[in-house]
Design a protein around this ligand. Structure first.
Ligand SMILES: Cc1cc2nc3c(=O)[nH]c(=O)nc-3n(C[C@H](O)[C@H](O)[C@H](O)COP(=O)(O)OP(=O)(O)OC[C@H]3O[C@@H](n4cnc5c(N)ncnc54)[C@H](O)[C@@H]3O)c2cc1C
Ligand code: FES
Length: 291
């Protein structure tokens, strides 16, 4: 079977995959690093040694024997080698079972699944990434990609908002990005506490940190909960950025991840197949996905 180019979005024809989308592949947990009270970062590698070959924005189905499986976004960039990272929030049965794993334990992985960002289309552009809450997990894959392929991009802006300082993901990396002079990274929290020295408010407040953007050169990625989209998109469109320069990654309930069960359906679309990353123009037509 022909190998896929990791930079392209996966083909819609599932027979074209260089791996089975039905069979979990064994993967080893290499490291588990707590990031918040509920979120930990898992470093994994497939036991076959195969690189995932994902695009930023894609997800995998992770299974724990005896507990089940759940969809999790890939948090690391394909440019970082065969090892990959997943940021997992402990909320229920499967994610709690994942949080009990230690390095050396095994999980099952199906994927990568879904459509991520078309990074080839992004090459040569200025980039603005806007993320909210735990959506920094998928956004980080794209951010790492832009940083690793920095010469292919123009100016680079990241805006990130979380509910409170305790809920910020990747705090060390946010601090490092904030110190680089080739990325302009701004962070805000809804509710500050005494430990917080930064800005407080909703993520749209950070638009006043942006310099004047070249609207024809800028590509935008918006990744967050549906409520964030409505307000962020008002700001993005007010900047005069063309709608076909805006990618949105949406959150949706999923079960199979491969277009079989219908759990993720929004209007006439299976989000697991056509998304979770959509062009804004397409997403606007999927009212059930953003309302
Ligand atoms: C494409 C995609 C990417 C995701 N990426 C991540 C990620 O990077 N990190 C992460 O921590 N989580 C991610 N999630 C959410 C994750 O899939 C759910 O938290 C997980 O399925 C919960 O499983 P559980 O058995 O632990 O919880 P359950 O016992 O099934 O449910 C516990 C809680 O989680 C919510 N939930 C259950 N299933 C889902 C689901 N499929 N999607 C969303 N919420 C759900 C329920 O409302 C409930 O409140 C993603 C979901 C999707 C669809
Ligand atoms: S999750 Fe089953 S069809 Fe999309």
């Amino acid at each position: 079977m022909r190998a896929r180019d990791p930079e392209t979005r996966r083909p819609a024809d599932t027979t074209d995959f260089p791996y089975s989308i039905y069979l979990p592949e064994a993967a080893r947990v290499l490291n588990v690093n707590p990031m918040t009270e509920l979120d930990s970062l898992f470093e994994l590698e497939l036991e076959s040694g195969r690189a995932l070959g994902h695009a930023p924005g894609q997800f995998v189905q992770v299974s724990v024997f005896g507990f089940g499986e759940c969809p999790i976004s890939i948090s690391s960039s394909p440019t970082r080698g065969p090892r990959f990272e997943l940021s997992i929030r402990r909320v229920g049965e499967v994610t709690n079972a994942l949080h009990r794993l230690r390095s050396g334990d095994s999980v099952g992985i199906r994927g990568p699944l879904g459509h991520g960002f078309d990074v080839r289309e992004l090459h040569g552009h200025d980039m603005l990434v806007i993320a909210g809450g735990c959506a920094l997990a998928p956004a980080r894959s794209l951010i790492q990609y832009v940083l690793d392929e920095r010469q292919r991009f123009g100016s680079f802006h990241v805006l990130y908002g979380a509910r409170s300082p305790n809920e910020l993901l990747f705090r060390d990396e946010l601090a490092r990005w904030g110190q680089r002079d080739d990325v302009h990274c701004h962070v805000i929290v809804d509710h500050a506490d005494e430990s917080w020295r930064g800005r407080a408010g909703v993520v749209t407040k950070l638009f006043d940190e942006l310099p004047e953007l070249d609207r024809e050169r800028t590509m935008v990625a918006v990744i967050g909960p549906p409520i964030m989209f409505r307000f962020v998109m008002l700001e993005v469109l007010a900047l005069g950025i063309p709608q076909n320069h805006v990618y949105c990654s949406i959150e949706r309930r999923m079960k199979c991840g491969i277009g079989k069960c219908g759990h993720c359906q929004a209007n006439d679309v299976y989000v697991c197949m056509e998304g979770p990353v959509f062009k804004y123009g397409r997403l606007k037509a999927l009212r059930e996905a953003i309302e």
